[in-house]
Design a binder for this molecule. Structure first.
Ligand SMILES: [Mg+2]
Length: 295
């Protein structure tokens, strides 16, 4: 079955909601509903929706106001809004697009037309997501690519007042692994390593592949102990995870980790530079270890 999509129907008239929900009844669509603008905004706080069908004429907050509010919210501005309304004067139609709507369906709607319009928006959504995936993810490991890591990293750095830890993580002897086992195994090992690290990182961490066999992560840490503990958890998880090859060999690898704590770093680059220096020392001290400099 296709991936399920959530559609929120917002209308002050329960009968209208019922008719639209019936029209959109399909195994791949999960329908939610809200009976007022305020109700809709509440629902959107609780649940992620992929598409909104929004009535224009509602008491207190009308559809245009709801849409305006959504478009101001960076977490929700991407959700496409189709207006569904009995108001068909040209000014209202124009306004629907001005406030950020992607489509406008007059009521009473024709069922097949509504379905076609909803499907069209969901296809575009799918395409946007795929493009975003290509633009922000490393295709081999699925973690953030270098560009996205730095984008999110800069935002995280500027938000964090104190207590941000940076980790530079590098697979030990990766060139040798590639030489001995071939690039296919090398690639599989990169993927395995990214998975292992991702498993032990908290959800709020920013984690990416910077290039080659080098990864970086940023996460809040209240002190050096917590950061070191996190680094060790990553290092141990990588070391204990074994890659089974098709011909029955078990291959594992280790990582060296350089760690920086942000107290005195003036920039993200500065913090990563500290972590990178520590990584260099971890390599020099024999690999498969974590090195920390508290600034
Ligand atoms: Mg209404």
């Amino acid at each position: 079955m296709a991936e399920q999509r959530r559609v929120l129907i917002v209308d002050d008239d329960a009968q209208n909601i019922k008719v639209a929900a019936n029209a959109l009844n399909a195994p791949d669509l999960i329908i939610g509903f809200a009976k007022s603008g305020a109700d809709a905004l509440r629902r959107l706080e609780e649940t992620e929706f992929d598409l909104i069908l929004l009535d224009v004429m509602m008491p207190r907050m009308d559809g245009f106001q709801v849409c305006t509010k959504l478009k101001e919210d960076p977490e929700k501005s991407h959700i496409p809004v189709i207006f569904l309304t009995a108001r068909t004067d040209e000014e209202s139609i124009e306004r629907a697009y001005e406030v950020g709507g992607v489509d406008y369906v007059p009521k009473p709607f024709r069922t097949r037309e509504l379905i076609a319009r909803v499907r069209s928006q969901l296809r575009q959504l799918e395409l946007r997501r795929r493009l975003e995936q290509l633009a922000t993810r490393d295709s081999l490991t699925g973690v953030y690519n270098r560009r996205r890591f730095f984008e999110l990293g800069e935002a995280t750095f500027s938000r964090s007042k104190a207590g941000l830890a940076a980790f530079m993580i590098d697979i030990d002897h990766f060139k040798r692994i590639n030489d001995v086992f071939g690039h296919q195994i090398g690639d599989a090992l990169l993927k395995k390593t990214a998975d292992s690290i991702g498993r032990v990182l908290p959800e709020k961490a920013v984690f990416g592949r910077l290039g080659g066999e080098e990864f970086a992560a940023l996460m809040p840490a209240k002190d050096a102990d917590e950061a070191r503990h996190q680094a060790e958890a990553m290092r141990e998880e990588v070391a204990r995870t074994v890659l089974e090859t098709e011909d029955g060999r078990n291959i594992s690898c280790t990582v060296s980790i350089g760690l920086g704590i942000d107290r005195e770093a003036a920039s993200l680059d500065g913090l990563l530079k500290i972590a990178d220096d520590m990584l260099y020392r971890a390599k020099g001290a024999g690999r498969n270890r974590t090195m920390l400099r508290e600034s």
